[in-house]
Design a protein around this ligand. Structure first.
Ligand code: ATP
Ligand code: MG
Length: 580
């Protein structure tokens, strides 16, 4: 039943939950539901849980978002401001003729309107989809077509550059809202529309199973899929924020993820607000000094980032971090790619706290496996299953699945049924159905569980390399390579070979002060051989200025491989740079 704890204890949710080890044994979804308020009649709306209920409980004056603009301006939005702004946005959508269940897309960076649009859409009972503002016109168009977009919220610049030329060819698209005071012809300016709209809107009575969000996957392994999530996901956002990110009311929290990626919504909007934190939102992209001074000035307590950013910080060296005071930090977490053990050791040295790796996917909607604060961190491990989550390591057989034991490598699988699990892949029901076998959801990632229950990422099933009878996960090789002082990042693939089946080839970028050359290549290979043994060490190392990555910062090994073998590159719409 929603709300029981709140009513009994006045809403100190974190304090009401048992500690993680206890919780793993005693966890029930019924107890977890008490973290939420719910709406009369069994309805549930994410925007109510994230915003309105806090205002109703007397927290309207608390800062919900401290926005840092690109040009160093600041703007604070309280929970009351969010309640009003999202109400106005919901009213704008209705006044413009949109209805419950309609699909609203957002294409913009981390600006305040994004947060009003996301939560206002949910408040109106419509379905929200964020896109990377750095996408080109084609990937935007494809996703809006797949998602039957009825409305788009964007900026004038993005509209003119990326939308205007094909806008009329998408019949479903009825409304384009432009952030600011003016809008091009055929669009509506959001500023005046919000001003004219009523500041009151009661959150739509959505059912827990009503669609709320569609997130496109990163496209690391191929064409992105549209994962559909429902309002009930908020239950998982609430508890996972508490357990995996240590979010409690008033925590100063900074999630660096782009809003176009699922992390930017699940843990960049919903989970923190449901847990009533104060979020830092930085409009600017990664900049080392800016990041370090933001932590110091804003006294960030919990920081959620990604390996690609962490490796950039490592690359800048310890000295760059020296002038800053990081004593406010109490918990650091990372997601999106395997976190190399070296990065955990480094952050412990520089920030006085290790980054806690956690694992999840667009499809899971929330963190599934995590290094929790209360547990010892094992560098290189992604942690243990969250309370309420049952994980396993399995092998596909001709007839179904076989569960594997500790120490064996297999596919990481989860028992379906957690609230933030996707409900389908948009228009791809058969593909969705294929993810489920013998009562397990199959993640497509390979992992191993040790005897103490920690999970270790091995690689994506597609990226596994078979070399001279060994199964090699690229992550292991990449982690060994970046331990070498010259190596900043590494991407490892298997290249066909007549005798070995496949041989291992590595692409690396270098730290400042190192120059590519045969001697350095020999030295790095020697280092890898010592760490990994001759069978697993790369046969060849190629130096690169950059590695191809998705917009969410993941190294695209499939692209390295396609280029190596002269194969078609497949879908590259998610590529970070416009390199081809
Ligand atoms: P696509 O499914 O379109 O190929 P994608 O899988 O990269 O793209 P996401 O859902 O954004 O799209 O990413 C989830 C994947 O990212 C996981 O399946 C896993 O491969 C990887 N990942 C996420 N977190 C971690 C982690 N902590 N350690 C290792 N891998 C991780
Ligand atoms: Mg995936």
């Amino acid at each position: 039943m929603f709300g029981a704890i709140r009513k009994e204890s006045g809403g100190t949710r974190g304090a009401s939950l048992p500690n993680p080890d206890e919780a793993r044994k005693t966890f029930t979804w019924e107890v977890a539901e008490q973290m939420l308020d719910g709406l009369p009649g069994g309805y549930l709306n994410i925007a109510h849980e994230a915003v309105d209920r806090h205002v109703a409980q007397g927290h309207g004056g608390q800062v919900a978002i401290r926005w840092l603009g690109k040009d160093n301006e600041h703007r604070d939005l309280t929970y009351a401001d969010l309640a009003e702004g999202t109400a106005r946005f919901a009213n704008v959508l209705e006044v413009q003729g949109l209805a419950r269940g309609d699909s609203v897309f957002a294409l913009m960076g981390r600006v305040p309107e994004l947060y009003l649009a996301a939560l206002g859409t949910l408040k109106a009972g419509m379905v929200f989809t964020p896109l990377f503002s750095a996408f080109g016109p084609e990937p935007i168009r494809t996703r809006m077509e797949i998602g039957t977009a009825k409305a788009l919220v964007t900026t004038e610049t993005l509209y003119r550059r990326k939308i205007a030329q094909w806008r009329d060819e998408i019949p479903s698209l009825k409304l384009v809202l432009i952030v600011g005071e003016e809008a091009p012809e055929g669009c509506v300016a959001l500023g005046p529309a919000m001003e004219d709209a009523s500041p009151d809107f009661e959150a739509a009575r959505t059912l827990p199973e009503d669609p709320a969000l569609i997130h496109f996957t990163s496209g690391t392994t191929g064409r992105p899929k549209g994962a559909v999530h429902v309002h009930k996901a908020v239950l998982y956002h609430a508890i996972s924020g508490c357990y995996a990110l240590e979010l409690t009311p008033g925590t100063i929290y900074w999630c660096t993820a782009d809003p176009g990626w699922v992390t930017g919504t699940s843990y960049g909007i919903i989970s923190p607000l449901v847990n009533r934190v104060t979020m830092i939102v930085d409009e600017a992209e990664f900049d080392l000094d800016r990041w370090y001074s933001t932590i110091q000035r804003e006294k960030v307590e919990v920081w959620y980032s990604a390996p690609t950013a962490i490796r950039m910080m490592m690359r800048a060296g310890d000295a760059a971090a020296k002038p800053y005071d990081f004593s406010s930090l109490r918990f650091l977490a990372s997601v999106g790619e395997p976190l190399n053990p070296e990065a955990v050791v480094w952050s412990n040295r520089v920030f006085g706290k290790p980054f806690h790796d956690n694992w999840w996917q667009t499809e899971t909607g929330g963190i599934m496996i995590a290094n929790l604060a209360a547990q010892e961190v094992r560098p290189g491990s992604m942690g243990k299953p969250m309370p309420g989550i049952e994980a396993g390591i399995v092998e596909r057989t001709q007839t179904g699945l076989k569960e594997l034991g500790d120490g064996e490598i297999g596919e990481l699988a989860l028992r379906p049924g957690w609230p933030s699990m996707m409900r389908t892949y948009l228009h791809e029901q058969a593909r969705y159905d294929k993810c489920f076998v013998d009562g397990w959801y199959l993640s497509g990632d390979l992992a191993m569980r040790d005897k103490d229950g920690y999970y270790w990422f091995v690689g994506r099933a597609d990226d596994l390399i078979k070399s001279s009878g060994h199964l090699v996960g690229p992550f292991e090789v990449e982690s060994a390579l970046i331990e070498h002082e010259a190596v900043a990042e590494a991407g490892v693939i298997g290249v066909p070979d007549e005798t070995a089946g496949e041989v291992i080839k590595a692409y690396v970028t270098l730290n400042p002060g190192f120059t590519p050359g045969e001697e350095l290549e020999r030295e790095i290979r020697g280092h890898a051989r010592k760490k990994l043994g001759p069978a697993v060490a790369p046969r060849e190392i190629v130096f690169r200025n950059t590695l191809p990555k998705t917009r969410s910062g993941k190294i695209m090994r499939r692209l390295l491989k396609a280029r190596e073998l002269g194969l078609p590159e497949g879908d590259i719409s998610t590529l970070e740079t416009d390199e081809t």
